[in-house]
Design a binder for this molecule. Structure first.
Ligand SMILES: Nc1nc2c(ncn2[C@@H]2O[C@H](COP(=O)(O)OP(=O)(O)OP(=O)(O)O)[C@@H](O)[C@H]2O)c(=O)[nH]1
Ligand SMILES: [Mg+2]
Length: 400
């Protein structure tokens, strides 16, 4: 047996099946919550779903359900209960009393993952600010009923040392972090300015779709990529040359459903990379059952960043693992989403989205990477020509 030091913490997941979503969607959402929990180092052992119009203001799932959950938690000595929405201070207080285990909500879980993944002091400052902002209105609810265990999920980052402090100290800390960030923001803005007028391309997309893998492919660099959520937090910028065209390519933090607002705020300067880019590569994981919703969420986030009208290439990635349920021609039941083949999807997307070039690739098997490079070349060239109208070296088309 290998002694790992930290015992794995068991978790249960709790979600609501709202009237607007079918059961499959609720399941997909909980799959994502489960993936988040695993990324944070917990082991999800059971899920609880309650049908409700909206969360119960006292206990999120209502009194009957919370008792059922409490029995399970007690009998199985569960360490953490993770809720799929952001909880209020009083919900946390009530639920903690009933379940007698650590309570985490989706926001707290995402913040925790960010805290463990932040490598640079810049990212750490950004996450810390978001964590304190989350903590401030919840101070009275958290930490009081339970003995704090050092280093557990949800307690990492500022939680570890500052628990006993009062609101005033946290407020001071928040304004200090804001000042620090302002300084870093100015430094980063200067850095970006120094890059001159080179065309800037940003990889954007939902988390875990393959942005960093594509960055590595296109730039021959070595950005950390792995099958976990939020592998990337900091922005990496690389110079890429296709044919005779140089441009800057940036890889940055992925988006997710219900991305905590404070995080988006704190990550302003990281996201400025997207805001200031000339062209977006919107990467989509076509093998994910919820890829269409993921596209919508990325589009919404881009709108929030006022970047939705930038020229965009849509890149459907992971075609190597795409699968669908074949339906023969005698089966007259209506075609479901899962019956679309890759060809059907290609036809639909290419026909529907006339505004954006679309390409289907696999970063893993490198299928169609040349097509992506060509498209990228064409789009960058358009921008380059606008920016440098007298630079005619481009017009002799080189071999890409
Ligand atoms: N099957 C398959 N897997 C892929 C492909 N591209 C990337 N992956 C895998 O998908 C996982 C996520 O890849 P990343 O490049 O880290 O994704 P990302 O979008 O940068 O993720 P975050 O930084 O966490 O937001 C890794 O395990 C990759 O090996 C592909 O074309 N096919
Ligand atoms: Mg990444």
């Amino acid at each position: 047996m290998i002694e790992t030091g930290i015992p794995v913490e068991t978790a249960i997941l709790v979600g609501i099946n709202y009237p607007t979503q079918d059961e499959k969607e609720t399941e997909d959402y909980l799959n994502e919550l489960s993936f988040l929990a695993e990324t944070a180092g917990a082991e999800p052992v059971k899920r609880f779903v309650q049908k409700l119009n909206m969360p119960d203001p006292r206990t999120y799932v209502g009194s009957g359900k919370i008792e059922e959950i409490a029995r399970f938690v007690g009998e199985n000595k569960i360490n953490i209960a993770i809720f799929d929405d952001e909880l209020t201070a009083s919900q946390i207080r009530n639920i903690e009393k009933i379940l007698e285990c650590r309570i985490l909500d989706r926001t707290n879980l995402i913040l925790d993952i960010f805290a463990t993944r932040a490598r640079t002091s810049h990212a750490r400052t950004q996450v810390e600010l978001a964590q304190y902002k989350y903590l401030l209105p919840r101070l009275t609810g958290m930490w009081t009923h339970l003995e704090r265990q050092r280093g557990g999920i949800g307690l990492r980052g500022p939680g570890e040392t500052e628990i006993e402090t009062d609101r005033r100290i946290i407020r001071d800390k928040i304004s200090l972090l804001k000042q620090q960030l302002k300084k870093i923001d100015i430094q980063m803005a200067t850095q970006r300015k120094n890059r001159g007028k080179m065309v800037r391309v940003a990889l954007v997309g939902y988390t875990n779709v393959g942005k960093s893998t594509i960055m590595n492919l296109l730039s021959k660099s070595d950005v950390f990529a792995e099958n976990k959520l939020f592998a990337t937090l900091d922005t990496t910028v690389r110079k890429v040359v296709i044919g005779n065209l140089p441009f800057l390519l940036s890889d940055t933090v992925g988006f997710i459903r219900k991305l905590p607002h404070d995080l988006v705020e704190s990550f302003k300067s990281t996201l400025d990379e997207v805001r200031e880019s000339d062209l977006l590569l919107h990467i989509v994981d076509i093998a994910h059952p919820g890829f269409e919703e993921q596209i919508k969420i990325v589009d919404e986030t881009l709108r929030d960043l006022r970047s939705s009208d930038k020229p965009t290439i849509i890149v459907f990635n992971k075609i190597d693992t795409f699968s669908y349920v074949y339906k023969d021609e005698y089966d007259l039941s209506p075609l479901q989403k899962e019956n679309y083949s890759l060809n059907d999807l290609k036809k639909t997307w290419m026909a529907n989205d006339k505004n954006h070039p679309v390409v289907f690739i696999s970063a893993r098997t490198k299928e169609n990477i040349e097509e992506l490079r060509k498209l990228l070349y064409e789009e960058v060239k358009k921008i380059h020509i606008k920016r440098y109208p007298y630079n005619d070296f481009l017009f002799a088309d080189p071999k890409i």
